[in-house]
Every structure is written in C-alpha cells, then in structure tokens.
Write a protein that binds this ligand. Sequence first.
Ligand SMILES: NC(=O)c1ccc[n+]([C@@H]2O[C@H](COP(=O)([O-])OP(=O)(O)OC[C@H]3O[C@@H](n4cnc5c(N)ncnc54)[C@H](OP(=O)(O)O)[C@@H]3O)[C@@H](O)[C@H]2O)c1
Length: 231
Amino acid sequence: MSQTALITGASQGLGYAIADRLAGHGTRLVLDARTPADLDAATTTLLDRTDTVAIAGDITDPGHRAELAAATEGKLDLLVLNASALGETPLPTLATADLGIFRGVLETNTVASLALIQILLPHVRAAAGTIVLISSDAAVTGYPGWGLYGASKAAADQLARVLAEEEPAIRVYAVDPGDMSTAMHAAADPDADPADLLDPATAAARLDPLLRGELPSGRYAASELSTVVSS
Ligand SMILES: NC(=O)c1ccc[n+]([C@@H]2O[C@H](COP(=O)([O-])OP(=O)(O)OC[C@H]3O[C@@H](n4cnc5c(N)ncnc54)[C@H](OP(=O)(O)O)[C@@H]3O)[C@@H](O)[C@H]2O)c1
C-alpha cells in the first residue's frame, strides 16, 4: 500500500520541492497553499506521477484544516508542517514590531501547526508515522529583525521537542532547512545573492532521512544530514 504525506505550503519553495521528491516515490500527496492558481500549477506537474489531492486554503482556518484531515482518509505516514508566515517586511526591530502582526505570525507558524498536529495525530499514530516541523536558524540565533518569526519558530521547536517525548511511537522532527532561494527569502533579504542560497530541491534532498523517518526524534539542521541524493 502506498504511503500518504500531507505537506502544507506546497505550491512553491521547499514545500513543493518535498512534494516533487515524494511524488517520485509514488507517495500519495495531500497539499495546500492559499493561492489557488499557484497550487493548481504545482499540482499539474505532480498528478502524472502520483495521486495528488490539492486543497486551497489557509492553515489558520479550522475548516480548511478539517478538509485537509479528511483528505488523508485516516492514514498519514508523513506530516510536513512547512507553510509559514514571515511577518512584516522590511523586517522590523523588536522595539518597533507590530504586535498584531506578531500574533498573526504565531497563529500561522505555531498555533496552526499544533492544531494540525492535534487533528492528524490519530492518523499518524495509526501509520507509526512521522511529523516534520520546518524550523529555521532564526529559532536559535539572535539575528536583528528576525525576532517575531524567530520566536514563532522557537516555539514550534519546543512543540516538536515535547511531542517527541509524549509520542514515542512516532518520529517528530524540527529541522532547519538552511538558506534557500525562495519567495520568502527574497522578501526577507532582497539583496541576497541567489548564488549563495540553496536550491529548495537540494534542501529537500537533504531532508530525506527525516522524510523516511530513519533518525531518532529531535532537532536537526539539513546541513548536518546526508547530502547524498537518494533515488
Ligand atoms: N527560504 C529560506 O531561506 C528558509 C530558511 C529557513 C527556514 N525556512 C522555512 O522553510 C519553509 C518553507 O519556506 P519557503 O522559503 O519555501 O517559502 P515560500 O517559497 O514563500 O513558500 C511558502 C509556501 O507556503 C504557502 N503558504 C504560506 N502561508 C500559508 C498559509 N497560511 N496557509 C497555507 N499555505 C501557506 C505559500 O503559498 P501561498 O502564499 O499561496 O499560501 C507557499 O506555497 C518555511 O517554514 C520557512 O519558515 C525557509
């Protein structure tokens, strides 16, 4: 029986790269993103390789989360919590950061992640599966301007750490994928040289040991994981 994976934020960037990689293995995919046209375009490239269900919506919407859960049909081998909010740009210092935007960043990056975990955990348990929270080095480093986003990712890391202890029969990872050439990175740092950034497909390949649930639960950086691209 084929595996099923749910990946949030899969219309572009790392989420799409992970979906593309898993499609190559025939994994059944449940995907989302807020912009229907972008999600449709991404899905078109996956459908000829694997069963793909794409549902446009915002992970902060409980009704959308319920639709995603229903699409897994009760068995979920892999949940990748990838969709993320950066907050305001240019990135603000904490002295001036907007508290309403901070609440929104926390809602997307932390609260919605836990909400998805809560409704999908029975399905992940049934498959003895894997949950991957996509984190960032901003969760563990004091980069000026990255306080709101970094705090939300640090909180998500802690959710992963505690969940791993509470759910020893599944794997739970938080992982920093590294700096990638994506829309989010361009919004945060428009002056970055793309040549200094990872292609998201390379970052996705580095995550293979986690996507396959091969390592003990914990927090990882993709740069520490194997750079061998498996078939
Ligand atoms: N890029 C980097 O250098 C970097 C570094 C460290 C960590 N990360 C992390 O890596 C992950 C992927 O980042 P990325 O750079 O690949 O981002 P990206 O290219 O901007 O793609 C983000 C994806 O998530 C979707 N999305 C955003 N908000 C959503 C929401 N509320 N509900 C549903 N879908 C949503 C976007 O589509 P819509 O806009 O249409 O919804 C898009 O498909 C994120 O967790 C990010 O924090 C990135």
